[in-house]
Design a protein around this ligand. Structure first.
Ligand SMILES: [Cu+2]
Length: 594
């Protein structure tokens, strides 16, 4: 998406033109009509004329302060089969919304589905009643009904929005939020202004009913891991899709020589990975001219998939994490978990084309797009990396096993170990049905790039690299620690905090204005991206007072980490794992600020 003109004001690019000497020329195109079908598997479109322009078939952008958003079913054919996605104003993904810090926005959401819906503005600081989580400070939107969200926009950066009802997020109901700095704000001096500005929204699509996915995982937790499948699942799949299709599936997987590992609950066997709603074959394309500086706003809107993102042949510079500015970090690759966002700058000095390659963590598939100087170009697609294998570190066996080496470019274990809990606050769970294992020696792993990425010859971003450009706004030390264990039983697909699911647990209570430290211990062998609504999470990553402000913090297997929170907005807030099915089965808490 290029930057659209903004009703009633000069375009963003024009403003930067005045301030910045003509560097930002991307603001010239007009958003397509909102009803354009964005999620197409259309062939490349004919050249639209000289760049910059928004190619047909791309996600529309809506900007301004008042929005009318209709949630409805959208016919798509992602896999070649006709299916119904959940979209907004006829598009899936939903339109990109462009706001400006300092404005007040009003968004009327009309529900044209047969079931309740909701929109949650992910990472946005707002009154709790506007946060959009049904059952907390908001009642949801009934079929045929509407709800108007109104709140002042107090931040800028890259965010996103999605349904918080049922499995609508899995069926497509998410979109990008791009918030520009306030009028007259000085541009960042530490990075060049961008000539172009593209959203890269990653997601995982399936034709399978999400409720079936959960029941399959409950029945057999490795249901979507072919190498561990049984004769029973083979016969069931044969009955459902025919012998030929089932055999082809199995042979394709066999050729990939996968090891039986627990990396992802749901895999490429049923997922098609999308970039801006487009499957790899449809090749979403962003145009550029050599020498230009391009800002890519990468959003992981997937339900269950961590992606490893790189653009072979192009160095990336990370300049923002979860909407907040960080000191520039040059990287070749970064891992992004569901709900996280990273803004990166790239400057291609030759025509390319350059492939945007986002492989799923379990290497069962990838999303793909292209940066090109003309529509229709396509670069080589790299082979997928070997599938990660979990190690002793992932079982919480500490850092002395020698099984996992920190990356050479990061100072190994440079940050202090997260502080311990205050006495009496420990909540170590006991092994049992809901707690398969407890990490005996959880380790600080913030300087590691993540399973499957260490030692791959590329510079991979780590959490330890993230340094906020400004000091934190609340200098107070935390008054207390809140320790939570991330627990689960993979065999039974049970997930929770402290061995309890949502329905069994009391809320977490914070005093209004209180400063607290959350300490998370991951007793499971999976990553969990933990999202606290409404409040910032300041990761204690060894950067002193320049802690990065995040809304979603991914905890590695066997990891112990901590972050600070100022409880500065009252109300009921959701706190949960952003793997959709983990949340759904119980990895969810209510945080009460009062
Ligand atoms: Cu989780």
């Amino acid at each position: 998406m290029t930057i659209p003109s903004r009703a009633g004001r000069g375009a963003v690019g024009r403003r930067r033109f005045v301030l910045g000497g003509g560097a930002c020329g991307a603001a010239l195109s007009v958003a397509r009509p909102a009803r354009a079908l964005a999620s197409a598997i259309l062939p490349p479109d004919p050249p639209p004329g000289p760049p910059p322009s928004l190619l047909p078939g791309q996600v529309p952008t809506l900007s301004g302060t008042r929005f009318a958003l209709a949630v409805e079913q959208v016919p798509v054919a992602i896999t070649g089969r006709r299916a119904l996605a959940t979209g907004i104003n006829g598009t899936m993904p939903a339109p990109t919304l462009r706001w400006r810090q300092g404005d007040s926005v009003s968004l009327t959401v009309t529900n044209r589905l047969a079931v309740p819906t909701s929109i949650h503005w992910h990472g946005i600081r707002l009154p709790a009643a506007m946060d959009g989580v049904p059952g907390l400070s908001f009642g949801g939107i009934a079929p045929g009904g509407s709800f108007t969200y109104r709140f002042p926009v107090r931040q800028s950066g890259t965010y996103w929005y999605h349904s918080h009802s049922g499995f609508q997020e899995q069926t497509g109901l998410s979109g990008a939020l791009v918030i520009d700095p306030p009028d007259g704000a000085a541009p960042r001096a530490d990075i060049p202004p961008a000539d172009r500005d593209y959203v890269l929204l990653l997601s995982d699509w399936t034709d399978v009913d999400p409720a079936d996915i959960v029941s399959n995982l409950k029945f057999q937790s490795d249901y979507y891991n072919f190498r561990q499948r049984t004769l029973g699942t083979f016969l069931r799949d044969t009955a459902r899709q025919g012998l030929g299709a089932t055999l082809r599936d199995r042979l394709a997987w066999g050729r990939m020589n996968m090891a039986p590992t627990d990396i992802s609950d749901v895999s490429g066997i049923i997922y098609t990975y999308l970039l801006n709603g487009r499957p790899p074959g449809a090749n979403w394309t962003g145009l550029f001219r050599p020498g230009e500086c391009i800002r890519l706003r990468v959003i992981n809107a997937a339900s269950m998939t961590l992606f490893d993102v790189r653009i072979p042949g192009l160095a990336m510079t990370v300049v923002q994490a979860d909407g907040n500015d960080v000191d520039p970090v040059p990287v070749d690759e970064f891992r992004i978990a569901p709900a996280e966002t990273y803004d990166v700058l790239v400057r291609p000095d030759r025509p390319g084309p350059f492939t945007i390659f986002a492989q799923s963590e379990d290497r069962t598939g990838f999303a793909r797009g292209t940066l090109a100087t003309a529509p229709g170009q396509s670069g080589p697609i790299p082979p997928m990396d070997p599938r990660p294998m979990r190690t002793m570190m992932d079982m919480g066996m500490g850092m002395d096993t020698g099984m996992t080496m920190p990356r050479a470019h990061t100072p190994p274990m440079a940050m202090p170990a997260p502080p311990g809990s205050t006495p009496g606050s420990s909540t170590s769970p006991r092994p049992g049905v809901e707690v398969q294992s407890v990490a005996p020696m959880p380790a600080g792993r913030l300087a590691e790039p993540g399973d499957g990425l260490a030692g791959n010859g590329r510079r991979v971003l780590t959490y330890a690299d993230l340094r906020a450009t400004c000091r934190g706004t609340d200098p107070r030390p935390p008054a207390r620690d809140i320790t939570l264990h991330l627990t689960g039983n993979m065999e039974r697909f049970i997930w929770g905090f402290d061995g309890r699911k949502f329905s069994e647990a009391p809320p977490i209570r914070l005093g209004l204005g209180e400063r607290v430290r959350f300490v998370l211990v991951n007793d499971t062998m999976m990553e969990h991206p933990i999202h606290l609504h409404g409040l910032w999470s300041e990761l204690e990553n060894g950067q002193g007072a320049h802690r990065p402000y995040k809304h979603t913090i991914t905890v590695k297997p066997g990891e112990r980490l901590s972050y600070l929170v100022t409880a500065d907005v009252p109300g009921l807030w959701a706190y949960h794992c952003h793997l959709l099915y983990h949340m759904e089965v119980g990895m969810f808490r209510t945080v009460v600020v009062a």
